[in-house]
Design a protein around this ligand. Structure first.
Ligand code: ADP
Length: 450
């Protein structure tokens, strides 16, 4: 087992990893930008190293700065959290060259899954059902027209290097295709340095269902069920739950088995998430994330497992701490993402938190790096916390979430809390009867705070 781990991240996820390290008796090293000198992760870690100025490109995304911090402090492994360098193949290759353990899969697997075209090809070969679409990249508009006519409109054009909801364009009709095609290519090139795109059938009313898998890197893998993350704004998740309200135990066992076998089939190491759109009883693979997800706590609650601890164990060469037959979901968990944003337009609201009080009590988990008097810097993403609840069943989890939101105090900045209080009054949310478009439609009728 490692003696010391460096956490190449900030905010709540850095705390999450530091907490796991402390429980395992492993020393932790925080890295931070000058803008984060007073951040909670810096205070909570055993050691901290300033790795650069505020812009992420010169600190949290700087591969030489992170590796130097590792060498100076003698950390043997790096946990990347999510975002930043977590799915950066060049970074993981550099660690492999420097003999620093990466708490995650191999650079090869990151490369395969980081390119959505190779990801889809690989998964299809492993027996995972995919969205109908082009076989591989679509080089020009003529080819796009042919493919779109074959699969039928509406279609979605996706940048193979895309992520975070960027590089995706909808074409409802042949007339909309040229624009969608060139915009997706331009976004892919500008944001990810790769203009290659592919085409998929656009599904009308799917749910976003993702399966948590875990591999030991040596051919064994298990699944920890699914999360329903259909409540999205601009393709970004805001509310996640497990188990999925639309997923039966039979469906879970079947799709879980397919995903675990796929992970085992490539000797996948550590935590991974296989994302699907789910419509009328069918699953369609869209992408695989080769890291810990923001929403992993809902799975931790219903499966009663510490996923970060397991990631660290696997990265150090230990076998999986659980077998498939040990894993059964219990109760229901919901997570809401608290962003420092001003409603109704969700504009960033950084600044000083004058008062912070976290909710507590049975079945309530608040993952946040906030504290009284903390100033949220404007340089990074607006997630300031995740409120996660667990109940014996879905109605209890919903009631607990409402109760916990009522206890939460964050003064001094605007947050998305009023949105969640409003969502908990909506029939679709109370019954779990929503799809990936529901939230946008709800917001278009007038968001809370309007
Ligand atoms: P990203 O990597 O940017 O997160 P994904 O491929 O995971 O992109 O898709 C993000 C979201 O976009 C999905 O959760 C879904 O809401 C929507 N989406 C993606 N593909 C399709 C599709 N074929 N049909 C309808 N919606 C889609």
């Amino acid at each position: 087992m490692f003696d010391k781990i460096l956490i190449a991240n900030r905010g709540e996820i850095a705390l999450r990893v530091i907490r796991a390290c402390r429980e395992m008796g492993i020393a932790s090293v925080a890295v931070h930008s000058t803008a984060d000198a007073d951040a909670m992760h810096v205070r909570m870690a055993d050691e901290a190293v300033c790795i650069g100025p505020a812009p992420a490109a010169r600190s949290y995304l700087s591969i030489p700065a992170v590796i130097s911090a590792c060498e100076i402090t003698g950390a043997q492994a790096i946990h990347p959290g999510y975002g930043f360098l977590s799915e950066n193949q060049k970074f993981v290759r550099a660690l492999e060259d420097h003999d620093i353990a990466f708490i995650g899969p191999t650079s090869e697997h990151i490369g395969i899954m980081g390119d959505k075209i190779t990801a889809k090809e690989t998964m299809r070969e492993l027996g995972v059902p995919c969205v109908p679409g082009s076989d591989g990249g679509v080089p020009d508009l003529d080819a796009a027209k042919t493919v779109a006519a074959e699969i039928g409109y509406p279609v979605i054009i996706k940048a193979t290097a895309g992520g975070g909801g960027r590089g995706m364009k909808l074409a409802r009709t042949p007339a909309e295709l040229p624009d969608a095609f060139s915009t997706a290519r331009a976004e892919g090139k500008a944001a990810f340095g790769n203009p290659e795109v592919y085409i998929e059938k656009y599904l009308g009313k799917p749910r976003h269902i993702e399966v948590q898998v875990f591999g030991d890197g040596k051919g064994a893998a298990v699944h920890l069920g699914e999360r329903d993350c259909s409540l999205q704004r601009r393709h970004q998740k805001v509310f996640e739950e497990a188990p999925g309200p639309a997923i039966t135990p039979e469906l879970r066992a079947e799709i879980g088995r397919v995903c675990a076998e796929a992970a085992a089939g490539i000797n996948y190491a550590g935590a991974g998430t296989v994302e699907f759109l789910y419509e009328e009883g069918e699953f369609y693979f869209i992408e695989m994330n080769t890291r810990l997800q923001v929403e992993h706590p809902v799975t931790e609650y219903v499966y009663d497992q510490d996923l970060v601890r397991e990631q660290i164990r696997v990265a150090s060469g230990l076998p999986l701490g659980f077998a498939q037959e040990d894993l059964a979901p219990r109760g229901h968990a919901i997570e809401v993402r608290l962003n420092a944003e001003k409603l109704p337009d969700f504009s960033p609201s950084p600044g000083r938190v004058t008062q912070y009080h976290a909710p507590g009590g049975l079945g309530v988990r608040m993952d946040s790096a906030l504290y009284d008097g903390y100033t949220i810097p404007p340089h990074y993403d607006s997630l300031i916390g995740k409120l996660v609840v667990h109940g014996r069943d879905r109605p209890e989890a919903l009631a607990r979430l409402d109760r916990a939101l009522g206890e939460l105090i964050i003064d001094g900045v605007d947050t998305t809390v009023p949105l969640f209080r409003e969502l908990l009054r909506q029939e679709a949310v109370l019954t779990g009867n929503y799809d990936i478009h529901w939230l946008e439609e709800f917001l278009s009728r007038g968001a809370p705070g309007a």
